[in-house]
Design a protein around this ligand. Structure first.
Ligand SMILES: NC(=O)C1=CN([C@@H]2O[C@H](COP(=O)(O)OP(=O)(O)OC[C@H]3O[C@@H](n4cnc5c(N)ncnc54)[C@H](OP(=O)(O)O)[C@@H]3O)[C@@H](O)[C@H]2O)C=CC1
Ligand SMILES: O=C(O)C1=N[C@H](C(=O)O)C[C@H](O)C1
Length: 242
């Protein structure tokens, strides 16, 4: 029985993952919060999942490397420096990082990349997301993941094309850019729409999360898969065979 350790175990996702891993036939190796030593659960677990906060990432990676334990990173709000730290750690242990562990969003990202590659640059791409009032980062990790997929479809990267929430006298839209807008309110679990718009028509590709359990089940599936992998950086598409 695979033992899964949870960083951020008392949070919304940590609690949902504790439920999901039992349903998947795994065992909880232990949980860890800010006050705890992350090395303890890293040593007790066959695989770790991190749904906590970006400022804890470095200590969680250090603990995972020291114990030789693979880790799924679901925490969002990561900076380029965090991604560089993940790349470095992935030369030592297996790591899967994703802004969204659901099957639906993993497939949506592929559809977005395909649409962006087939439609010309006169098709504008805008990404709108809405989340609950407690969310602390924006744009969401999923919006960034979808933006990267759209940019890849255009043969570019999101950092080259992104325009964040417009305000004031912005001027007309620049062709080829990808706009990002974030809404916050109530208890919305996670809604994302990628809008492709040209003169006279538009396409909207959307994912609506109705329950946090979709992320939790995906995180457990990813953890069980990652437990058997050699060092390297992996994606949800690898887990789901998409
Ligand atoms: N990839 C995906 O599919 C998904 C990713 N997420 C992401 O997961 C993260 C957590 O989301 P959510 O559960 O809603 O947030 P919560 O705030 O409910 O949970 C985060 C938990 O992490 C704890 N924490 C803070 N610092 C540390 C630390 N140093 N070590 C261990 N734990 C710590 C928090 O404690 P305290 O409250 O005391 O600060 C809290 O219990 C977010 O970044 C979110 O965007 C969410 C859903 C799906
Ligand atoms: O904080 C959340 O709740 C969520 N965060 C992830 C994100 O930033 O995209 C995934 C999901 O949308 C819920």
């Amino acid at each position: 029985m695979t033992a899964i350790g949870i960083y951020g175990s008392a949070g919304r996702m940590g609690r949902a993952i504790a439920d999901a891993l039992v349903e998947a036939g795994a065992r909880l190796a232990g949980g860890s919060e800010a006050k705890d030593d992350p090395a303890i659960v890293a040593r007790a677990a066959d695989v770790l999942v991190d749904f906590s906060t970006p400022s804890a990432l470095e200590s969680h990676l250090d603990a995972a490397i020291a114990a030789g334990t693979p880790i799924v990173i679901g925490t969002t709000g990561l900076s380029p420096a965090h991604h560089a730290a993940i790349d470095a750690a992935a030369t030592r242990i297996a790591i899967l990082q994703t802004g969204n562990t659901s099957l639906g969003v993993t497939l949506l990202a592929m559809l977005v990349q395909e649409a962006a590659s087939r439609l010309g640059p006169d098709w504008d791409i805008e990404i709108v997301e809405m989340h609950h009032r407690h969310k602390v980062d924006a744009p969401s990790g999923t919006a960034l993941l979808l933006g990267e997929a759209a940019a890849a479809g255009r043969g570019s990267t999101l950092s080259e094309l992104r325009v964040d929430s417009r305000v004031g006298l912005t001027g007309a839209r620049s062709e080829g850019t990808i706009g990002l807008a974030a809404l916050r309110g109530g208890s919305v679990v996670g809604d994302h729409s990628v809008i492709l718009a040209t003169e006279g028509e538009r396409i909207e590709l959307s994912h609506l999360a109705q329950d946090r359990s979709i992320f939790a089940r995906g995180a457990v599936k990813a953890a069980l898969w990652l437990a058997g992998q050699p060092a390297g950086r992996y994606r949800m598409g690898d887990v789901l065979g998409l």
